[in-house]
Ligand binder design. Structure first.
Ligand code: COA
Length: 333
């Protein structure tokens, strides 16, 4: 028994914010942002919540899979930027799409969130607890970003992506001899590196403290160079580990769909894996870094454009705050 993705969907806010627009807010330039990150523009919410965008992405994924909301058994929303602590975003999505029979909860592993949620859904399905799941990565990071901090505000964008994942009870063999479904996964966390990328929400604050600890709202804090160094080392390492677990090499892979944090990180990973950059599709120029939404939005874009074919072997890999990282290997179909 394995699991397979049978439908994808995504949703982006309408408002485009270009690098030129950002020149009005902070001391930066279109040239600097393009050269250092590959980003040209990003989408920014003018009111859409994480739940709104995630629900739209889910509806599109269901439509693509030919399923109804009533059939959904599990909804997992990966997010680090929900508008509400209670209820969880997944329950709001359940309500918006009318998935009355689903169990729904959130999961936060920052930019690795979609990958970790996909793995969680796979594990549930493999254990026989559920037959299907809507796996979502949704973020409205624009509210966590300090729009006066040029080292972070240029990087992030808002959006959501979803995948409908189903149990594959009988083996499906592709003409190229590959079996459809998940082949291997690797995930990891290094909690000692929490200060490299963080966003404090509420510190301890209650009626029994002698001194009130109530703090002002805080924005994303990041040591960009440390994240960069972590990513270019950890991403190729965990991809190779995941391939090795499946008895495969980089040559067996058709597409590497990586977390879109920085074009230079992706180029470096491709070099370290000694693999042509053409196997690493990118959309960072149009959407920036949408944290957990990045991988499923790109997956949906590629799926809808016909860039992914049945039998293609795909590697998904992400990294983010935590620090967290992971890689999955699967055959599409
Ligand atoms: N516009 C213009 N100049 C900027 C700038 C901006 N938006 N942001 C920083 N600078 C300046 C710095 O102040 C510094 O100036 P100085 O040399 O006078 O001190 C100079 O540019 C170089 O800064 P540095 O931080 O060394 O740049 P960098 O090449 O490391 O690029 C990042 C910065 C953030 C783009 C890069 O480190 C990165 O992408 N890191 C990974 C971040 C990430 O992926 N985070 C999310 C993880 S999920």
């Amino acid at each position: 028994m394995t699991s397979r993705i049978t439908g994808t969907g995504s949703a982006l806010p309408e408002k485009r914010v270009t690098n030129i627009d950002l020149q009005e807010l902070v001391e930066t330039s279109d040239e600097w942002i393009r050269e250092r990150t590959g980003i040209v523009e990003r989408r920014i919410s003018t009111g859409d919540t994480v739940a709104d965008l995630s629900a739209k992405a889910c509806e599109r994924a269901l439509q693509a899979a030919g399923k109804t909301a009533q059939e959904v058994e599990l909804i997992l929303v990966a997010t680090c930027s929900p508008e509400m602590l209670l209820p969880c975003c997944a329950c709001q999505v359940q309500d918006q799409i009318g998935a009355v029979n689903a169990v729904a909860f959130d999961l936060n592993a920052a930019c690795s969130g979609f990958l970790f949620a996909l793995n969680t859904a796979h594990a549930y399905i493999q254990a026989g607890l559920y037959n299907n799941a809507l796996v979502v990565g949704g973020e409205v990071l624009s509210k966590l970003v300090d729009w006066k901090d040029r080292s972070t505000c240029i990087l992030f964008g808002d959006g959501a992506g979803a995948a409908y994942v189903e149990a594959s009870t009988q083996d499906i063999w592709c003409p190229n001899g590959r079996r459809v479904g998940m082949e291997s996964m690797v995930q990891g966390s290094d909690g000692t590196r929490a200060n490299v990328l963080s966003c404090v929400q509420r510190t301890v604050h209650n009626a029994f403290l002698e001194q009130s600890n109530k703090e002002e709202f805080q924005y994303i804090q990041m040591d960009g160079q440390e994240v960069y160094k972590f990513a270019i080392k950890q991403v190729p390492t965990c991809i190779l580990e995941a391939l090795d677990k499946a008895g495969l090499t980089t040559e067996d892979v058709d597409l590497f769909i990586l977390h879109q944090a920085n074009e230079r990180i992706i180029e470096s990973v491709a070099r370290r894996l000694k693999t042509a950059l053409s196997k690493f599709p990118m959309n960072i120029d149009k959407v920036g870094n949408m944290s957990s939404a990045t991988i499923p939005v790109l997956l949906d874009e590629l799926n809808r454009s016909g860039a992914i074919k049945q039998g293609d072997r795909i590697v998904l890999s992400g990294f983010g705050a935590g620090l967290t990282y992971g890689a999955d290997v699967f055959v599409w179909g």
